[in-house]
Design a protein around this ligand. Structure first.
Ligand SMILES: N[C@@H](CCC(=O)N[C@@H](CS)C(=O)NCC(=O)O)C(=O)O
Length: 205
């Protein structure tokens, strides 16, 4: 199978961490979604990464569908629980990680616009609040536990981890650690996992 994405895309990284956790052989095709000659829209009408192309040629998107597919076909412990209530709870964590990441992307992209073209402070504040409130709930729900859900690594940890790492990478001045000691510890623990190490965002030069 082939995963289309870029080394800096947070949502592609989410899928790549899952591929690594589940020991799934694949080809990582580096492709940006937006250039006119991008191969991505051929497989994904939405023109977004990650896009997974299965060996039978069928394409899957978005990251949420991709991680469920990979969790089911890969080896090792399941990262999305079977039990309904547990699955819904892990999916809620995933939604939090995805939502914090979307707000981070929005702010990061807007900063790249010329100052006179940027949306106003109210817009920035709204995005910032999504991150602030998202992290506050993650901190509260993690509490003193080692894992976001249950007693082992799941998609809930994966989702929190990719969101926090992208926040560090995209908005390095956003200081979240002092107010979120549980998330800080979680992030440090996740940073030692081979799946997080092998997919880490490239260092900025
Ligand atoms: N909800 C999507 C979000 C994916 C996404 O926003 N990907 C970005 C790169 S990180 C992208 O492809 N942006 C190009 C576009 O939106 O046209 C998912 O979970 O896969």
């Amino acid at each position: 199978m082939k995963l289309y994405g870029t080394p800096t895309s947070p949502f592609a990284r989410k899928a790549r961490i899952m591929l690594a956790e589940k020991n799934i052989a694949h080809e990582f095709i580096v492709a940006r979604p937006s250039p006119p000659d991008s191969p991505v829209p051929r497989f994904n009408p939405l023109g977004k990464i990650p896009t997974l192309v299965r060996d039978d040629g069928r394409a899957l998107y978005d990251s949420s569908v991709i991680v469920e597919y990979l969790d089911t076909i890969g080896s090792g412990p399941k990262l999305i629980p079977e039990d309904f209530e547990s699955r819904i709870e892990v999916r809620r964590w995933e939604a939090l990680g995805d939502g914090v990441t979307e707000a981070t992307i929005n702010i990061n992209h807007e900063y790249r616009e010329p100052a006179d073209k940027q949306r106003g402070p109210e817009w920035f504040k709204r995005q910032q609040l999504k991150i602030d409130r998202g992290l506050a709930i993650m901190e509260q729900d993690l509490g003193g536990n080692e894992y976001c859900f249950g007693n082992r690594f799941t998609l809930a940890d994966l989702a929190s981890g990719f969101a926090l790492d992208y926040l560090d990478s995209a908005l390095p001045d956003y200081e979240w650690r002092s107010k979120h000691p549980a998330l800080m510890k979680l992030s440090s623990r996740l940073a030692t996992r081979p799946s997080f190490i092998s997919t880490a965002h490239p260092a900025k030069t």
